[in-house]
Ligand binder design. Structure first.
Ligand code: FAD
Length: 569
């Protein structure tokens, strides 16, 4: 009978029987924990409970299912309930919600969504992996038909049907982060005209503003309307069908559907109600073994706070890799092994209509927010492979490192080829506490079609070394409109005439040896070129001839991005 409360005692398995591990949430963190634990311990009873209809599904694949890139829904099911049972002897209970935890009696109350009945389940060990829920702001209209968030397979199924059933032609994606941009790409695949409404003046909030510029230019080149620096105010139903998404500025954006992708919030209600500690960043507090202060309860995934290895501060990081690794660590800890979760560094990648955007570690703005000042940064724009081999595509790369020890703090990169490979190499170096000298020395794959004898990663390390050892003093882009230095552009005349930094004079590198005496030694000289390389050569030449010379890292290419981001005059 629906709503019936079943017996509180008779259904409970006997205490003293097999150790019973109960896992709440059966996707990234929960499923990894369950499977790893079984591989380590055949003796425990493992029960995995999820309120949704599926476990172990590919939430990361959901946008591509909307876009029909993945057309067969069953491809999203990484493992089924039957597979967990047959392969691992794990009991999976779907459409079953855990509604409360009683830490004294070691039981949870669960509600069967199909019948409405509740019952108690006993645990010796409880693992919480409830994930994070999409933020739904308390604004008028966010619950209207046609307004969607993307978290589950049924969510994406509903979006697919809505597009088809309403012959949707236009969409507004609220939020320009990872999930928002993946949805943009896939709505474009479905031939919708897409507008992005984003409160910040940039898309991809983890990036420094100037690094987001090439991405925004790319989106605009693909006919995506960017409505930036403006938050969501309300959503209204349009007379005759469809929606109007109204921004805080009053701008009204018509759409046949709207996607809310303004971030996620750790699901901590269960933990909080059970008296478990919730940290300042809103996640469940755990130790390095992923155990809460209750010795019988572990927690993993999007719902927990973990340490940022670079800043040492607690953070929440809703990404699949960390959730999987945390599930594994929890399983090892439950099985009695010595284990430890290292912490996170926010390595992430997103592909948007051909462009790849990837980052790892700290951003410049993140460091400034944390009050860190002893760092430097270099910009470079190398080809993804040797320039002489056809098809080299430019990568925009920013490396942030600590001064004076050269420890790598973070990197961001964008481009069309080979981007994530470079960020992965730098991410690995960060994990080993690497320095820019390690990047300069890294021995990486090279053949003309794949890379360069000096790979972009090596170049980034070498540039940073040049800064640290004084070979390439850096001019400060942010001081451009205050400096008394002479701005010297060493590109060729035709390049200079196509655009240059205000007040810069042109003396091409090719003429510098013959004409350098025209320059005064009384003023600092800030050198600019196209991407920073000729500027470096000129800086070296001038320095060795007694001039005080500094290079503007990344050259005019970086200047354009800084200017577009409002960070340069
Ligand atoms: P989840 O995977 O969210 O699983 C939590 C489960 O717990 C859910 O099934 C939920 O129904 C269940 N649950 C919650 N509360 C209860 C309860 N009380 N009782 C029973 N069950 C409960 N990360 C990347 O690294 N790369 C990507 O490309 C990427 N793309 C993404 C795209 C989308 C659309 C989404 C939504 C996420 C994406 N992520 C990506 C993030 C990644 O999916 C998550 O970080 C990861 O799934 C977190 O794992 P988790 O186990 O903590 O939570």
């Amino acid at each position: 009978m629906k709503g019936q409360i079943e017996s509180r005692t008779t259904d409970l398995p006997n205490r003293g029987s097999r150790r019973r591990v109960l896992i709440v949430g059966g996707v990234a963190g929960g499923a990894s924990c369950a499977a790893r634990l079984r591989r380590l311990d055949e003796s425990v009873e493992i029960v995995m409970i999820d309120r949704g209809p599926y476990v172990s599904f590919a939430n990361c694949g959901l946008p591509y299912y909307v876009g029909n890139v993945i057309s067969d829904e069953s491809r999203l099911l990484v493992a089924t309930r039957e597979m967990f049972h047959e392969r691992f002897n794990i009991d999976v209970q779907t459409e079953t919600e855990v509604t409360s935890i009683d830490r004294n009696s070691h039981t949870v109350t669960v509600c069967d969504a199909r019948t409405g009945n509740t019952r108690l389940e006993r645990y010796d060990v409880l693992v919480l992996s409830p994930g994070a829920a999409p933020i739904r702001p308390l604004l008028p209209g966010v619950d209207l038909p046609g307004v969607f968030a993307v978290r589950t397979i049924p969510d994406s199924r509903r979006i697919r049907s809505w597009i088809t059933d309403h012959s949707a032609k236009t969409a507004v994606v609220v939020g320009g982060g990872f999930i928002g941009l993946e949805m943009v790409e896939n709505l474009i695949h479905r031939e919708l005209a897409v507008t992005v409404l984003e409160k910040l003046p940039q898309v991809m909030p983890p990036l420094d503003p100037e690094m987001a510029v090439p991405l925004m230019e790319h989106l605009v080149s693909k006919n995506i309307q960017l409505h930036l620096g403006d938050g969501l105010a309300r959503i209204e139903a349009r007379a005759g069908g469809g929606l109007v998404v109204e921004a805080e500025s009053g701008a009204r954006l018509p759409a046949d559907l709207a996607i809310l992708a303004i971030g996620v919030r750790p699901e901590t209600m269960l933990a909080k109600d059970a008296g478990l500690e919730i940290g300042a960043r809103g996640g469940i507090v755990v130790d390095a073994q992923m155990r809460t202060a209750d010795p019988n309860i572990w927690a993993v995934g999007d719902a927990v706070e973990v340490q940022d290895v670079l800043t040492g501060q607690e953070t929440v990081l809703p990404l699949a890799g960390p959730a999987n690794r945390q599930g594994r660590v929890a399983a090892e800890s439950i099985a009695g092994r010595v284990t430890q979760f290292r912490g996170v560094q926010a390595t992430a990648v997103v592909g948007v209509l051909g462009m790849t955007v990837a980052s790892t570690g700290a951003s410049e703005k993140g460091l400034r927010r944390a009050g860190v000042t002893n760092f430097q940064k270099v910009y470079l724009h190398p080809g993804h492979h040797a320039g002489y081999y056809p098809g080299a595509r430019q990568i925009h790369l920013k490396l942030v490192f600590s001064v004076p020890d050269g420890r790598i703090l973070g990197a961001q990169a964008l481009g069309f080829e080979g981007v994530e490979k470079r960020i992965d190499v730098i991410a690995t170096a960060i994990q080993f506490n690497g320095t820019v000298h390690d990047l300069a020395e890294a021995e990486l794959c090279y053949a003309p079609q794949f890379g360069a004898a000096k790979d972009p990663v090596n170049l980034a390390g070498m540039l940073a070394e040049n800064v640290l050892n004084g070979d390439m003093p850096l001019a400060d882009w942010s001081e451009l409109d205050r400096t008394d230095a002479l701005l010297l552009d060493v590109r060729e005349g035709d390049e200079f005439s196509r655009g240059h930094i205000p007040k810069a004079i042109n003396l091409p590198l090719s003429q510098l040896r013959a004409r350098y005496v025209e320059l005064s030694k009384d003023r600092d000289i800030w050198v600019c070129c196209a991407v920073g390389q000729r500027g470096y050569f000129a800086t070296r030449f001038l320095t060795q001839h007694g001039y005080r010379s500094q290079n503007l890292s990344g050259g005019y290419t970086t200047y354009r991005a800084l200017k577009a981001a409002g960070l340069a005059p």
